[in-house]
Design a protein around this ligand. Sequence first.
Ligand code: CA
Length: 231
Amino acid sequence: MSRVLVVEDDPQLVRALVINLQARQYGVDAAPDGTSALRLAAEHRPDAVLLDLGLPDMDGLDVLKGLRTWTGAPVLVISARRGSPEKIAALEAGADDYLTKPFSMDELIARLRAALRRTGPTSGTFGCRQEPAVVETGEFTVDLLAKRVRRAGRDVRLTPTEWQLLEILICNPGRLVSQRRLLGDVWGPGHSKNSNYLRVYMAQLRRKLEPDPAHPRHLITEPGMGYRFEA
Ligand code: CA
């Protein structure tokens, strides 16, 4: 389930957004001003933010700049400000999209979905933007921004699913990532029991990346629990 933070001071619009987002299985937090928006975002790590610009305590652009110091989660501005200077300022401050009020709920949901697809399911959840962009081990190098893996001077081709798994593990160096979390993030919430998927894909990743796939050094199994990346 993706979590969305709604930052908006108009209670009627908040109610309409919450009802529509929850009906589509999003988890929703709502903040009526910029201060509580920044606090809720830090506490709940939303996967996306819907942000009004005209807030009672501060300008929405400053909320956006505050968010962009630590999160790459998509931010969709929803504002009554129609001018292109406002739109450009928001996009330059790191907004991913801009909807002018009044907007149709269907269009908002479509744009939210598109923004979440672009960032992928893992970036918001795991906060990997805080990790270094390039991770090196003795055997292979992963460039998280370019989405490239190199081993012995050559590019290693990964499928999208292999890449997602590897990215989640690398974003959590040295930490156990549970099977349930990997399955939920890569395959979706209905797959939390399909640990055989993980065995298959981890075996493929090891064949591509580990010098001795039967005795992995970097992609470690924690039996019955999950997996761990060690540089
Ligand atoms: Ca407002």
